[in-house]
Design a protein around this ligand. Structure first.
Ligand code: AR6
Length: 190
């Protein structure tokens, strides 16, 4: 994977993109692409639990006792164990089933919920993965448009105390899709 990075100013806020492993990038809060059972899994979820250690799952066990499942489009927060972050925001993306089952609204809701939770926790910086674009099969270009539009709108409207959001993307293909979306969307809103 080539190392790549892009940054955009949205007033006093920043939107950034980079390639890499999200578990290695320091931020106040880190987004996870979780499942409704909050049970851990592969992809980003597996990497976060491996790198963060067992305290994250212990916190999820407590949350699961209370809410049973986390519906797609929602997110819950835990501590971040030994990750270089204070909190993990476990967002449940939609499984892609052709695009006519409300997937776009559910995916946008994941990112909005992450922004809301980050704000509530007092996080100033947030890293996010490309939710739903792995096992859940969301086409990368469409997912990038939704992710960037949702986050950039919140940042540009200064509706949040979160100062910096970085998408940390696994591979050049994901980076290119997010770069294309960001260039387009930032031009439209600035
Ligand atoms: N850092 C950044 N991005 C990553 C990393 C990493 N370490 N590892 C993978 N990606 P996925 P989903 C990218 O499958 O589609 C899990 O089992 C990956 O290339 O992690 O939302 C959960 O438990 C892809 O672009 O999440 C759920 O059951 C993106 O992260 C299910 O998968 C998301 O891929 C959720 O599926």
């Amino acid at each position: 994977m080539l190392k790549a990075k892009l940054e955009f100013a949205l007033g006093p806020r920043e939107l950034a993109l980079q390639t890499g492993d999200i578990t290695k990038v320091a931020a106040d809060a880190i987004g996870n692409a979780a499942n409704s059972q909050l049970a851990g899994g592969g992809g980003v979820d597996g990497a976060i639990h491996r790198a963060g250690g067992p305290s994250i799952m212990r916190e999820l066990d407590v949350i699961r006792d209370r809410i049973e499942t986390c519906r797609a489009g929602n997110a819950v927060a835990t501590g971040a164990g030994s990750l270089p972050a204070k909190w993990v925001l476990h967002a449940v993306g939609p499984v892609y089933r052709g695009g006519r089952h409300g997937e776009a609204a559910i995916l946008a809701s994941c990112y909005r919920q992450c922004m809301i939770l980050a704000e509530e926790l007092g996080a100033k910086s947030l890293t996010l993965p490309a939710i739903s674009t792995g096992v859940y099969g969301y086409p990368m270009d469409e997912a990038a448009d939704i992710a960037v539009t949702t986050v950039a709108d919140v940042l540009a409207a200064a509706e949040t105390e979160v100062r910096r959001v970085s998408f940390v993307l696994w591979g050049d293909r994901a980076f290119q899709a997010f770069a294309r979306s960001s260039l387009e969307i930032v031009r439209q809103i600035t």
